[in-house]
Design a protein around this ligand. Sequence first.
Ligand code: MIG
Length: 817
Amino acid sequence: MFKLIKHLLLLCVAILFNFSLLYADSVASIINYVNTGKYLELETEKAYIKLTPVTNDIIRVRVGVKDVAGNNKYLEDYSYAVLDDVINKNANFTATRRGNNIYMRTDSLEVEIDLDSALIDIRDIKDGFSYAKDFEPMAFNEPVIRQENIEKPGLGNPFNEGNSVTVTKRLAYNEHFYGLGEKTGKFDKRRSNLQMWNTDAYGYCPTCDPIYQSHPFFIGLKDDKAYGIFFDNTYRTYFDMGYTDEDRYIFSSEGGEIDYYFMRGPSIKEVLSHYTALTGKMPMPPKWSIGHHLCRWSYYPDNEVIEVVETARSNKIPLDVIWLDIHYMDEYRIFTWDKTRFSDLKGTVDKIHSMGAKVVSMIDPGVKVDPGYFVYDEMMANEYYVKYPDGSPVIGPVWPGDCIFPDFTNPSVRSWWGNLYKVMLDQGIDGFWNDMNEPAVFNDIKTMKDDASFYDFGLNSSHRKMHNVYALNMIRATYEGVLNLMNGKRPFVLSRAGFSGLQRYFGVTWTGDNISSFEHLKLTIPMFLGLSLSGIPFVGADIGGFNDSADPELLTRWYQAAALTPFMREHTAVSTYDQEPWAYGDPYKSIMREAINLRYRLLPYLYTLFHEASNESSPIMRPLVYEYQNDENTYNLEDEFLLGDKILVAPVLERGVNNRVVYLPKGTWYDYGSGETLEGNWAYYYSAPLHVLPVFVKEGSIIATKEVGQYVDEVSEEEIGLQVYMPANDGEYTSTLYVDDGETINSEYDNFVFKLTKGNGSTNIEINRGGSFNKVKRFYLTFNGGDVKKIVADGKEVTIDNNRFYIDGNTKRIDIS
Ligand code: MIG
């Protein structure tokens, strides 16, 4: 019944939406154009099109609709997603008219505009490759002129922002789409019809859409070449990627403006670097946050929290973080805690710290309506809440009962909010979890009403415009506040909802309230890869599943699959079975321990990838297509992934099986478990009974490791293991290692580049050391393959000790024979 209603509703939305399209105007023929030196502006009867080359590789396309008087052509030029300094940037370009076309050129792109139709074709200047060609002229609805609100002048009328806008481009038969943020369904988004509307999607189904986050950004791939489009529009947007018509894809919005950025490839890597140049990169996380986390709704009281950490320690299950979900609060009042459940919160946190673990606690946006409660009183006194057009606060039920909601688009609210965290930091809490920030309200529409009004740079905009950026502004307030309070240490803040740009306010995220089922386990990989290719590298899912109780087989397989994903946290709902790795005893416990140990062994490699992600925007977890863009076999692969460019992980995602098919791309690969080599460009039927997590390492790799600790900092990085995978083929192979103090923003660091060369019958490694941290004192090398007999470090022969070759941290060259 529910499903039926939902489908009817969707149908209504679709009809309404198409209806509005039918009556839309299109941009059509160009009557005038001007080259201002900063941008090219084309005028049509009803609109202006502004083409700005932000860089040689990025073109911004905006359409400003003329009002009745012929002015007010563009909306205010600011963005929540795009960095301020980018919005005002531009590269040099030329614009020439030839026949009926105008050709706009940067050093690398050419935009051809047809004067009759205003159709745009964006091409690569080198080979004329057409990346993204309009199929139909851009379309929009008549704008409604902004009116003053008569009852409360200055507040505007929030219903007057709605012009639906549409862009339609030509779709090639061999075109694939990736990204679009946190989405269920397939990794390749071709044939999908998706929308962006942040939604509290408790127990969502494996194809349900939308869920918590909105990232109106995608990567197109055709003929081995990639490009990107970011549709900078915060309203409810739609992405029909060849769903209704195999010849076109359409992106559209219920409001705002046509404002999109085209980004050149041709590699996916380049597209992502352009995208993060626009929207920012993830700051470095504190090192403890890349360890193993345990969570439950909720661990309490204090002695239970301590007991969980003690149990992890006594079971030798590495653990870095324990989480406090909503039950720690005093009747769900944020920035307070229950004094009977946690009579000495600081003492409890100290005790956990003494065991080497950290504590993260939840902070929701809803503030209980409760005169006398300091957060509520301060909000009321300063009118910091989201309002209705008459100025009264929006009130809605969430966990504490009726709540008011901070208006995070207001900078004063953000700084007030940021400072509140001092209350929790003073108790020793290490990190924070912002949940329910879609924003979620317990009513029939699950959120605020359309006419809720937000500050929005003084524009007083409606919920329709601001909904999708509520979480982005909340996490910004949290991140900036905590950053400011932590004296140079790195914040850790987890957000459930989000929008493009989330990553620059740390942006670690998890995929919300999933279900304990193999179907959901399987879903984690395409979901993480979609986020990874949308600039969000630090991603995870509730291990074991949130809703329902995992059985031991599912829990074990989930732990294996999650062991090498960026954010590793087990979590489960109130009143489900326990899901800690020891919940079912052996053999499950030992198998899960082995998976977690593998992560802790690989921490130096993993941490280096976090650094790469925050420095160069390459994802930590990568789809195979990211590294093997010319290999068609990778275009729809969604049940295996790469960790960096050297490790391939192919977890078992089905119940009751002892094997799976693993595709290895070109090159020689080592089976991490057995050390055997396998030739790539081939799919293998691989044996993987319950205790086996299939992991493979690319030939020529040097993987940085350390001994397994019970928390990330238990084992220092003075000694680093280097696992060398001897190349089968002649060539040059580069590996890196980055080490810093793991906690301060401006930490000193050690940076190593290992260049392994095989050729002319000899093999050597050149080591280039940079940075001045001087932490790494020694390496111990182990060799896989190649039958190594002797190694010489800077001219001196190295003796083997317990299968390891120890060398000084300043060694420059190693010869292997
Ligand atoms: O309405 O805080 O997604 O992880 O345990 C549910 C309780 C509220 C939703 C989060 C979940 C968390 C739960 N929260």
